[in-house]
Unconditional design. Sequence first.
Length: 304
Amino acid sequence: MRALVLFIALAFLPQEAVAKSREVRKQIATVEKQLEQMQDAHELIRGNSPNAARDWRGRTKLEDIDQWAYTPALEERVRSLLREARASGDAPAKAALDEAKKLLDDAMARALEIARYWQTPGVSWRAHWRSFATANALAVDPSDEQLLVAEQKVRVHLDAGDFIGAASASVRLDAALRAAFRSLTAQLQQVRGPSTLKFIPRTTPCPGTGGTGAAAGIVRAVSPADYYPAASKRRGEQGDIVVRAHIATDNCGTEFAVVVSSGYPELDQAALKVAEANTYRAASENGEPIEGYLTFKVRFTLSP
């Protein structure tokens, strides 16, 4: 009899109350799923951390995520709010779940902002500088004022956890690095004569002749994209290489040297292959071809 009375009482409960309870249960499941997705994403990043790259601060993406997004305090607070929601009535449960969802939404948004910063080329600018400087016999520690100022601007954003601002400033830092490379490349190109370079002899037949002109030149330039090393692409390596070619009187490029390195050995070697595949013309004097040197730039750039 008592069970029958309880059944009848439940049957006459307002439909709005039943619907609310169902809504809260659904919201609990949604928050639990969102927490699980956050944990899965965190574990994926953590699993890749042993081989993770470090930025110019010496930090990894995981360290930024741990500090600014998926923190232990966040997870504990969300779990506490879920426990509160399960033990409370509909109104307080909904308030607890709304707070939990906002915490998770904010954490995921911060994680995306951190990921965007880590996708900017400026994150590894010091490593690129060291490679460029070492390959070109320059000081390993950068002294370019614009570079150091640009780096400090990125740091201010990062120290505040502002990864949107850091990403924008990191793009400008990379632009400052490329400007420094261009300036140094122009200087090095002027002072490095043929006697200071290591020339590599041609290993393939000349691709053809191109006549003569007042100065040596390239008649047909092959595309660097056709010689871009796959491994360099995977590592995101880009750069300009200044090459010098010796042009014989028969218009053949007989030997080639790297005048200014990109800082990436594989790109430098690819640039020499590009130089060997080009078709040249010799310079002339009084209508007669003369041997000489031609200096030019080979650029490897990844598509945006």
